[in-house]
Design a protein around this ligand. Structure first.
Ligand SMILES: [Zn+2]
Ligand SMILES: [Zn+2]
Length: 425
């Protein structure tokens, strides 16, 4: 493998508080030097006017394999990740069968290695068969390589099970990622409960369904010393509770999904199922709270909650269509267009929420361009204007509400362990 020299890019690496134009040399799959001048031996990547970032990480991705290969496979999902600028993703275990045994963790790792696109980190189930009854074999799953635990798709409803999950995961210093939803409150809701749901005559999902469970989880994390990561936080009160919990030292982190800082429940007026997700699109005041939470550091991570569904499933009427949208190939563009350009986040902070912070939460040695680190690098064109066209997605599914949106900025090149895995032509 020839050495790679990334020339004249603006290198932004929050792990070293670096933000300057320089050259970055990669050899044997690792970052080896800065400010290197070319010797004629290297493969040169011209990054003039580009941003050179640590390989981006999306810690909330549904790859659907095994069991739902009509929606996505590990091959297509990891190709979509690269096209979105991600060098690493963490996959969520609500597959069929769910990822709750050593063998199933190994299956994912094996398939990901065969696809040979981006790094795939495996999140395993909190409970056996995701039934919410009995704790999965946490220790064995960690041994097989699981980096975190989640029953996402479903919440961990049973508070005692959640408490024990915190205690067990603490022994291995692993976080519990919960989808916060009190099922008795969401019932058969299809959208956020508010004025719009009332006007449209659609059954609502109240913000309180999310808030009550997040408060429970924070209390349990505080009581056990366990590590809570709140998935796709979307409400004012949850963000408020999170902020106060952090202030008193509870080990809690959180992520927000791009659709929760770009869209509101008003979108449901179209009755288009591509606006149906869980947690649902909320009112304007909640969207503003998500943006404020990202801006003041309360929300640590931006993660897509990439949830592919085949066309025949998502095209059904709103009541029966499944929740969720694809996100890998629009996430970065939405962050740049809707958070960086309007000045809510600066570049280093945005990159930190998409690389260093998820790496720290997952306890992986990534999200950095330090000398000696594995050379996972994302090169971003921050100025290019492009239109979201789902027919060009690498993902097997195209269920996005962002079709036709004009976005600014996207990834040009993704390097994984020193190898160029994606180049936009
Ligand atoms: Zn969820
Ligand atoms: Zn999810």
């Amino acid at each position: 493998m020839p050495n790679l020299l990334i020339q004249n890019g603006r290198v932004i690496d929050p792990s070293q508080e670096m933000d300057r134009v320089t050259n970055l040399l990669i050899a044997d799959g690792r970052i080896v030097a800065y400010d290197t001048t070319p010797t004629g031996e290297e493969t040169i990547i011209d990054a003039k006017s580009k941003i050179v970032a640590p390989g981006l990480i999306d810690m909330h991705v549904h790859l659907r394999e095994p069991g739902f290969e009509e929606d996505e496979t590990i091959e297509t999902g990891t190709a979509a990740a690269l096209a979105g600028g991600f060098a690493s993703i963490a996959c969520i275990p609500n597959t069929d069968p769910p990822i709750d045994t050593q063998g199933s963790v190994e299956f994912i790792r094996d398939r990901a290695a065969r696809a040979d696109h981006c790094n795939v980190l495996v999140t395993a189930c909190v409970s056996k068969n995701r039934e919410g009854k009995e704790l999965a074999e946490i220790g064995q799953l960690v041994e097989a390589g699981a980096v975190a635990f989640s029953d996402d798709g479903s919440p961990v409803c049973n508070a005692e099970l959640m408490r024990r999950a915190f205690e067990y995961c603490l022994m291995f210093d692993k976080p519990v990622l919960n989808h916060a939803e009190i099922r008795e409150l969401t019932n058969h809701g299809v959208m956020h409960e508010g004025l719009t749901s009332l006007v449209l005559g659609l059954s609502g999902i109240p913000a309180a369904a999310e808030d009550v469970m997040n408060s429970r989880d924070i209390a349990l994390a505080e009581a056990t010393g366990g590590r809570l990561h709140i998935m796709h936080v979307s409400t004012i009160n949850s963000i408020d509770a999170l902020r106060r919990a952090k202030d008193r030292g509870v080990r809690v982190t959180a992520e927000a999904a791009p659709h929760h800082f770009t869209l509101t429940d008003e979108c449901l007026r179209t009755f288009d199922a591509n606006y149906k997700m869980n947690p649902p699109l909320r009112g304007r005041e909640h969207v503003e709270a998500v943006i404020a939470g990202l801006a003041d550091g309360t929300i640590d991570v931006i993660a897509s909650d990439h949830a592919p569904h085949a066309k025949q499933k998502k095209m059904r009427e709103l009541d029966i269509a499944p929740f969720g949208i694809v996100g890998l190939e629009t996430s970065l563009g939405l962050v740049i267009t809707k958070l960086i350009e309007p000045g809510h986040l600066d570049w280093p902070t945005a990159i930190q929420k998409m690389s260093l912070n998820p790496a720290r939460i997952l306890g992986i040695d990534k999200g950095t361009l330090r000398i000696g680190a594995a050379a996972d690098v994302t090169i971003i064109d921050p100025k290019v204007r492009w239109t979201v066209d789902p027919t060009t997605f690498r993902s097997k599914s195209a269920n996005t509400p962002f079709a036709g949106w004009e976005l600014t900025g996207r990834a040009d090149t993704v390097i994984v362990a020193g190898r160029v895995k994606f180049e936009r032509r």
